[in-house]
Design a protein around this ligand. Sequence first.
Ligand code: CA
Length: 512
Amino acid sequence: MKIPFKTLIFLSLFTLHNSHFSATGTSPPPNVVVIFADDLGYGDLSCYGATKVKTPNIDQLASQGRRFTDAHATSAVCTPSRYALLTGQYPFRVDLWPPVFLKTGLVVDPNRTTVADIMKRAGYDTACIGKWHLGFGTDTPNWNGELKPGPLELGFDSYFGMPVVNSHPPFVYVENHHVVGLDPNDPLVYDQVAETRIFDEKMGIDQIGGGKAAHGLYDDEYVGTTLANRSTDWIRGHKDNPFFLYFATTNIHHPFTPHPRFQGTSQAGRYGDFIHELDWIVGEVMNTLEEEGLVENTLLIFTSDNGGMINRGGQEAWKLGHNQNGELFGFKFDAWEGGHRVPFIARWPGKITTGSTSDQLVSNIDLIATLAALVGENLEKDEGPDSFNILSALTGKPTEPIRDHLALAAFRKTHLSLREGDWMYIPNQAGGGFSAKNVGDHGFGGPPAIHFAGETNSDMADGALKLDAPKEQLYNLRTDLSQSTNVIREHPEIAQAMKKRLAEIRAAKGTR
Ligand code: CA
């Protein structure tokens, strides 16, 4: 019998893994599914305290695994957060701060090792499904041509999803290297649809006029179900090999466009309904793993790319009494906790204690080192340079912190901050996130924000900076998780030491 070369490679890797895993009594290498939600805040799930929405599937996941209370997106902004997850390198090392839009090429050098590359090295099948938001191509992408390099050049066997999210045109799906349903006789025109968009404040929906060619294949309200079906189909098709699925949902980024059957089901408006759809999506993945007998041997991680958003359409939910970020201060784009502290749940039956919680400081940047350890791959010097192996925080109960520090990026470069132990040091005033002339605006430039939520703490009064606010900020998160009091005047020596360390961490530049 002739055995294909790929199979031989796989069998040899499989044997290696068996020897690696025999030490821990585990048989075949575990599958890994990472569900990466978009803009889901620390207070957006019932297992994290939400009362206006119900998330029974995600709650069940938490009850079957471990829920982290001090997990962070490495950046409070979409694109750099995703960059960190895939590469294990701080995005500030390559000067990556804002979200990319559709005129930007791929922001990850194909030569950089990603978490998908690591899983490929270990013989896994890999897929990326959902929101990409890291650009395509070497320069400006040609939406009517080949979108390359992209996910397939970064270690994924296949890709299906949307380039950014459905608040930015063109509204299309991309599969591997091409827009789905592309018609050369009716080419896509960048921004063509955007110009006719009107924002519906109450619904948080951008009403759009027009629509051409591949745009017509894309219906906002069916994105969640489409991505869920794609993901469950992919799992079913790869159940015989170890697999790694990176599933980045568009839920719950605005515009909030749940499938009609979820509309009106929450007590937090369309925002809450979109969370309900997200919960259904997670349930679909869980059900599929169950039906295929894969639950026991799959590490399932659920987290979010940044904190919840209160401006824009999120106001409706906020007015209805839903706190996107729970008791945290600030929101998406901010250096404050609401910008980057996010839900993080991990399930792996028999390995992760059911119904447990952990207050270990962890981050999505830790994925590459953790999965490398999981599959027995070594990382070379420049692979995942800022990633920590947090496997013991998933499967054990370390008494000491794995991370003694974590640098956290906001939208503005001036607000790269440092977490050390209980302390959070922010080297500037205010949150470093959105700016706005008017309360509730969604601005990217200009002066520091006037936040819709009218943030108030010892430095801020109704969203505006107090005249006597210190130039920098220091919070003790153990005693003041809500960051109500900037204590930098009481502890200047701590702030000084953290400032120095932050400068040292920041000094090392990287390559994309
Ligand atoms: Ca996001």
